[in-house]
Design a protein around this ligand. Structure first.
Ligand code: FAD
Length: 514
């Protein structure tokens, strides 16, 4: 009976459900323990970090827990065309966590529901909420247990459910795989509204489908994350290359070595060979006191240069000379420009929260809230030289107003059973063009350049995939998933009755998966 209230809050206009503003009716109809806000253009759910789209959801539900989510999904599934989107921290770029006229489930309200350490056969795991921020998982695990997850993203104000719905990659992924390779169990509220626990052996189709599943299989309410002892300290180092082939040779050498024979973190970025404050020489020094001496760069006339970024973990009790020796032993195999090395020592937690510091500065300068038409790609090793020649050395040689990341990953550390689409080769590169529009080209120019880059990759037949994908057409999705498309669709249908009853009208919203 209660569904009738929710029904009456929806008026069909132009085929789209519109709210009548009666939030208490929605709350009552779903019998929520949590709260609900009407969706208007000022709600947080109307926008995301990308700042490219603005929509009007029907309502923003702040669930108390899995039962509320289950009730909301069951109620929504009985209303034609009603859609539901989980919202982590809204740090998507292209509206992935938004739904026009639908219900947005704000997972942040569930952060405190789970935080439990487990010791299973001598290995440690933490059960955390899908709506928990990784930065809180980090600080709580380190301060309470001296333990930490093994695989991260660069920036940690992202939710567990949000990154597990994509992959979650950073400079540790070459060793431990992405974040989706570091969870062993999930609790998910599926499209039928059932609260379901899954793992490699229990409901494996749901488990692997949801990992990298773009929020299409249900709402992740709990994740069991592998832990390891947290180091105390990190030596964070940057070295510079003029030649792309030397940069990639060294980066690939480091990510291919066995555990204990390489750095603990390997990333890199492209920067302009000029004094541009964002994309030029000033982007390199970790220690601003010593700065960057461009006089040392060999005169090759290169428009862009490359910075390899590595980190070495150690304990406070380690003798400084032991750390120096181990780091020097690893660096001596690398062919960077002599004299262009920058390093700092900081605590492990400070290192992992490094982008938070940059966020604070950008907020103070009013840059953080500008639109972010970002482009993230996975590109096969076999095509990365072509990509450098055309994209880095020509298309974006004057900078983009934000970091241009590039670093290698190992396919064997990823699980083929998850939903993520990857290039075919064992080594492939993450390339991220992280544009901040207030300091670079306009939104229109940035979006057009992103499109030009993707179209060039398609035209040249590059072995590549979009990371954090977003397509407007079924054809785009089919091309993205390739051989995995049928598996993705069948898996989704088995957990989402709307996918079966009304193809194309799936309950988990997709403006981008329609
Ligand atoms: P949202 O944007 O809110 O949601 C993302 C997707 O997940 C949506 O489809 C949503 O519906 C779904 N979703 C959210 N919560 C759940 C849930 N509980 N259950 C099921 N589905 C859910 N990514 C990396 O891999 N590595 C990085 O280093 C990295 N750095 C970043 C730095 C910044 C500053 C930003 C803004 C993003 C970065 N990202 C990075 C991308 C980020 O991982 C994704 O955008 C991620 O989806 C954002 O997390 P969120 O919690 O804000 O999710």
């Amino acid at each position: 009976m209660r569904i009738a209230y929710l029904d009456r809050t929806v008026h069909e206009t132009d085929g789209e459900p519109k709210p009548n503003g009666d939030v208490s009716a929605i709350s009552k109809s779903i019998d929520l323990q949590g709260s609900v806000e009407t969706g208007d253009k000022t709600t947080i759910a109307s926008k995301d970090f990308g700042g490219l789209y603005s929509i009007k959801p029907l309502a923003l539900i702040k669930p108390a827990g899995s039962d509320d989510i289950s009730r909301a999904i069951k109620a929504a599934s009985r209303i034609p065309r009603m859609t539901v989107a989980a919202r982590g921290n809204g740090h998507s770029i292209n509206g992935q966590a938004m739904t026009n006229g639908g219900l947005v489930i704000d997972m942040r309200s569930t952060e405190e529901n789970h935080f439990r350490l487990l010791n299973i056969n001598g290995s440690f795991f933490i059960d955390v909420s899908g709506g928990a921020l990784w930065e809180n998982v980090l600080t709580r695990c380190v301060s309470r247990f001296g333990l930490a997850p093994r695989s991260w993203t660069d920036y940690l104000s992202l939710t567990v459910g949000g990154t597990l719905s994509n992959a979650g990659v950073s400079g540790q992924a070459f060793r431990y795989g992405p974040q989706i390779s570091n969870v062993t169990e999930l609790e998910i509220v599926i499209g039928k509204g059932d609260i379901t626990v899954c793992s490699e052996t229990r409901n494996p189709e749901l488990f692997f489908g949801s990992l990298g599943g773009l929020g299409q299989f249900g709402i992740i309410t709990r994740a069991r994350v592998k832990l390891q002892p947290a180091p105390d300290m990190v030596r964070w180092i940057r070295v510079v290359y003029t030649e792309f082939d030397e940069f990639t040779r060294d980066a690939e050498f480091l990510v291919s070595r066995d555990d204990g024979e390489s750095f603990d973190y390997v990333e890199g970025f492209v920067f302009c060979n000029n004094d541009d404050p964002v994309n030029g020489w000033p982007a390199v020094p970790l220690d601003p006191v010593h700065g960057f001496n461009p006089g040392i760069i060999p005169q090759t006339g290169a428009s862009v240069l490359y910075c390899l970024e590595v980190a070495f973990h150690y304990q406070k009790g380690d003798h400084p000379s032991t750390v120096d020796k181990a780091v020097a032993g690893l660096l001596k195999r690398l062919r960077f420009v002599e004299g262009l090395k920058s390093q700092v020592d900081l605590s492990y937690v400070e290192f992992l929260l490094r982008v938070k510091r940059a966020e604070e500065q950008a907020k103070a300068n009013g840059i953080w809230d500008a639109p972010h038409p970002w482009l993230n790609l996975f590109i096969s090793k076999s095509n990365i030289v072509d990509f450098d020649q055309t994209v880095f050395k020509k298309m974006v040689k004057d900078g983009i107003g934000g970091p241009m990341l590039i670093y290698p990953l190992m396919r064997s550390k990823w699980d083929n059973r998850t939903s993520v689409a990857l290039p075919d080769s064992e080594i492939f590169y993450l390339v991220a063009l992280l544009r901040f529009v207030s300091r670079g080209p306009s939104v229109e120019e940035s979006v057009a350049q992103n499109r030009e880059i993707v179209e060039w990759c398609i035209k040249e037949g590059l072995d590549f995939k979009l990371y954090l994908p977003h397509y407007q057409s079924k054809e785009g999705w089919k091309r993205h998933f390739g051989d995995q498309w049928t598996r993705f669709v069948e898996r989704k249908a088995s957990f989402d009755p709307m996918a079966i009853l009304a193809p194309g009208q799936n309950i988990f919203k997709r403006t981008h998966l329609s």
